[in-house]
Design a protein around this ligand. Structure first.
Ligand SMILES: CC(C)(COP(=O)(O)OP(=O)(O)OC[C@H]1O[C@@H](n2cnc3c(N)ncnc32)[C@H](O)[C@@H]1OP(=O)(O)O)[C@@H](O)C(=O)NCCC(=O)NCCS
Length: 172
């Protein structure tokens, strides 16, 4: 993919190889990338300690220079279920397929890890349903998931929807 947008990565090419697992060295850069999304309430806040603990569960879309253009964390909820968290793409390069590449890589990784289902709590429901996720009632997700809501800026007026992708259904 040619990524010309507003000079952010000049003439550089992003391919699915540009999506890589994060390592512990990425912690501060990832935190800096996510911070504006947390502040705007677009993503549920994740404290540094939790980011650190889960850093290897993150996929990053990078420029060859190493700059982060997008991120997606896959947080485990037991043996079979994972949650898409901290899924964001730099506003300057949206609509170029980076989010789709991250989500596709995340589904592949969850499948390789033997997971059955991937869910997300999101304001971008159409993005997910266009990619095979189904909307489900929030109550169908494990109750403990809502423990994180105390960290949410929008907790008094939650408009998030729950979407789920069944990896098993794809195998059948
Ligand atoms: C949701 C988000 C991660 C999507 O990232 P993105 O990189 O823009 O995603 P994509 O480019 O893959 O897809 C966006 C749209 O561009 C279109 N698109 C994809 N590749 C394209 C290309 N090469 N050229 C033009 N358009 C393209 C897609 O069709 C898609 O439209 P659709 O959703 O109607 O199907 C991004 O909007 C974001 O960071 N939002 C703020 C944070 C947020 O809400 N995150 C979700 C939390 S769960």
């Amino acid at each position: 993919m040619r990524c010309w947008s507003r000079g952010i990565c000049s003439v550089e090419t992003l391919t699915s190889d540009s999506v890589v697992p994060a390592s512990s060295e990425d912690l501060l850069r990832l935190e800096a990338f996510l911070s504006p999304f947390f502040q705007r309430g677009e993503l549920l806040f994740i404290p540094r300690e939790k980011l650190k603990k889960n850093i290897r569960r993150f996929l990053l879309a990078r420029q060859p220079s190493g700059a982060i253009l997008g991120s997606l964390g896959l947080f485990e909820w037991g043996k079979d279920l994972v949650e898409v968290r901290a899924f964001a793409v730099d506003a300057k390069v949206r609509g170029m397929g980076i989010g789709s590449m991250l989500l596709e890589s995340a589904l592949s990784r969850a499948r390789l890890d033997g997971k059955q289902k991937v869910f997300a709590l999101t304001y971008k429901i159409a993005f997910f349903t266009a990619r095979g996720f189904c909307e489900v009632p929030k109550e169908s997700l494990p109750h403990k998931i809502w423990g994180d809501c105390v960290l949410c800026l929008n907790r008094e007026n939650c408009k998030e929807k729950s979407v789920i992708f069944s990896l098993k259904a794809q195998e059948d």
